[in-house]
Design a protein. Structure first.
Lengths: 308, 249
């Protein structure tokens, strides 16, 4: 078996999601190579060469790959996929965008968002907002897979893989990068933080998220939100936790003013310890909370901040 | 321009689905079925583009059992012009769905295909990207804004780090995220009118599509359950528990 892991990076550095994906690859077993496609991505490739368990790092460097446009990256993955039995990428928005395009180009299925490896061809994945875990067995010659990063502990760094250049591709000429608005924050990234505190519609407005931020500052936590809070414009979309937002599984998740809809639970119920603060004692969030506090958040959250 | 919208019939988002006792699949007996919420947003966007004079015709397609006609009729009541049902008793995997859509795309030759980013039953998040690959066209996934400008479309995408805007040559596939728009409710007169709109039926075989499955579901199970927690009386008790019992702070 030989496995190709698609690196997640921002050209300058490797994203931690890559380490979880290599961990899933290691569970499948076999040789693991990492493919770094980007523009001026040498630093990311060097980092990838240090990931434990990796045999080779293959770099495809070109201006057309700078923004990870699926129309450019997918052909580059296909061009470098010869001989691999598995192609894995993290189930981030980048992986979700590119990998189905790769699968269709190879005329194979994609197994999305795996949370377990049973064998080289059999995987577990959540469906129905995580209310069901399905075991699926692939019959394709090449398995194209996206990996739920929270389900696999990151591998260590300190290895020394060899490096080589891969085949570059011509521009598909279908798409161009127009612009981006990226969130800037000094806090840990939501999907990688060991503590997350999230606010819902109960926060009432964006300004009140400051209450959560001051708790987050004390705990070194990331701040998340329910869809209702994002929809209401309290906070930006990149903070949404849930079935259709980000999946998080920190050591501690604190849900504040969140009712606990299935779609929200889908994104956080694998957290180690869950705390819920809600004034409605019937709120479904209490059914998954290890510690529930029935209280008005505008009293409880400042008290919590004081007590830390 | 013509817009093709793909809609899927799925279990309603309010239903908490459980595995069947024998573990062979989800228990959907008597479950309420609806149009996939992301597909509803796709229909709404197409109808708005028509109302804005950008689109001239909105064609809705669904692949599934005869009952999927209900979801096509819903889309017609929301303002789409006509429907196509690709009827099959099999439950198709995303690659097969994408191939059926490619065949319909070739017949209809739309300038844009609007789809959901994800079906809330399978949570696949694949079909739009696959269709774009099969058709050799661009893809604007997870769209929160769509701006058509002559021969191209700018799509603002919700990505993990924030927002990214890409420009795509038309035709292109656009998949919707939740904040693209808020779908309208169908009015009674429009529901009545929808009954008279054309709805054609075809099959994967008629379209010449190979729908053979590429993977097999060996079984399903509930997710690991969480042991029941406790209620704490106040913030002091909460902090004490987190420090001394759970040891997470
Ligand atoms: C297709 C689809 C996908 C979805 N995806 C997601 C997703 O990814 N993530 C997600 O979160 N949602 C998602 N949703 C939405 C989901 O169904 C719920 O609508 C949403 O999670 C509700 O958010 P909320 O809990 O903040 O708001 P509400 O349900 O309105 O709950 C607010 C809570 O705050 C409490 N509260 C109010 N004031 C106070 C106070 N002063 N002190 C303490 N408590 C207070 C209330 O008791 C209540 O329980 C999705 C929906 C659909 C249809
Ligand atoms: N059976 C189907 N019929 C029509 N459209 C579908 C079907 N399955 C998936 N789609 C479309 O593809 C989108 C993404 O679905 P999926 O890849 O299954 O998560 C959906 O929102 C629909 O727009």
């Amino acid at each position: 078996m030989s496995i190709l892991v698609i690196a997640e990076h921002d050209n300058g550095s490797l994203k931690p999601a890559t380490l979880n994906t290599v961990a899933a690859a290691a569970k499948i077993g076999g040789d693991i190579d990492v493919l770094v496609i980007g523009s001026g991505c040498g630093a990311a490739a060097t980092e990838a060469a240090g990931v434990e368990g990796v045999r080779s790092v293959i770099t495809v460097d070109g201006a057309i790959y700078e923004h990870q446009l699926a129309e450019e990256v997918a052909p580059a993955i296909v061009a470098n996929s010869e001989g691999y039995t598995h192609i894995l990428a993290p189930a981030t928005t980048t992986g979700k965008n590119v990998m189905p395009r790769v699968a269709a180009m190879l005329d194979v299925a994609q197994i999305s968002d795996i949370v377990g490896v049973e064998s080289a061809d059999t995987f577990k994945r959540p469906i129905y907002a995580g209310n069901i875990i399905a075991t699926v067995k692939s019959s394709d010659v090449v398995k194209v897979i996206t990996v739920r990063t929270t389900a696999f502990d990151a591998v260590a760094t300190g290895g020394s893989a060899d490096s080589k250049d891969g085949a570059a591709t011509e521009s598909a000429g279908l798409s161009s990068f127009v612009g981006e608005e990226l969130a800037v924050s000094d806090r840990p990234e939501l999907t990688a933080a060991s503590v997350v505190i999230s606010g819902g519609r109960g926060m009432q407005n964006g300004d009140n998220f400051k209450l959560l931020e001051s708790v987050a500052d004390k705990l070194g936590a990331a701040v998340g939100a329910s869809r209702a809070a994002v929809d209401a414009g309290f906070v930006p979309n990149d903070m949404q936790v849930g079935q259709t937002g980000k999946i998080v599984a920190p050591d501690l998740y604190i849900a504040v003013g969140i009712s606990g809809a299935i779609q929200h639970l889908a994104g956080m119920k694998d957290s180690k310890v869950i705390v819920a603060i809600n004034k409605d004692e019937e709120a479904p969030i209490f059914q998954v909370a290890d510690y529930g506090l029935v209280a008005d958040l505008f009293e409880a959250v400042p008290q919590l901040e004081q007590a830390l | 321009m013509k817009i093709l919208v793909a809609v899927k019939r799925v279990v309603d988002y309010n239903v908490k689905v459980r595995p069947k006792a024998d573990g062979t699949g989800p228990d959907l007996a008597n479950a309420k079925m609806s149009i996939n919420p992301f597909c509803e947003i796709a229909v709404e966007e197409a109808v708005r583009l028509k109302e804005a004079g950008v689109a001239s015709e909105v064609v809705v397609v669904s692949i599934g059992e005869k009952t999927s006609q209900e979801q096509i009729r819903t889309a017609l009541a929301l303002g789409a012009d006509r429907g196509i049902l690709v009827e099959t008793g099999e439950s198709l995997q995303p690659l097969a769905v994408a191939k059926c859509l490619k065949a319909v795309y070739d017949q209809e030759q739309p300038q844009m295909v609007l789809m959901g980013k994800q079906s809330i039953d399978g949570d696949n998040n694949q079909t739009g990207q696959m269709l774009a690959a099969l058709a050799g066209i661009g893809q604007g996934t997870f769209a929160s804004e769509v701006k058509v400008d002559g021969e191209s479309v700018n799509v603002t995408r919700e990505i993990d780090g924030g927002l990214q805007t890409v420009g795509l040559k038309l035709p292109a596939v656009v998949t919707t995220d939740l904040r693209l728009n808020e779908p309208r409710y169908a009015s009674l007169p429009n529901i009545m009118k929808a009954k008279k709109k054309p709805l054609d039926t075809t099959t994967p075989a008629d379209l010449g599509v190979d729908i053979a499955p590429r993977f097999e579901v060996l079984g399903v199970e509930p997710p690991p359950s969480r042991s029941a927690g406790i209620k704490v009386a106040d913030v002091a008790e909460l902090v004490d528990k987190l420090k001394n019992e759970a040891k997470v702070i």
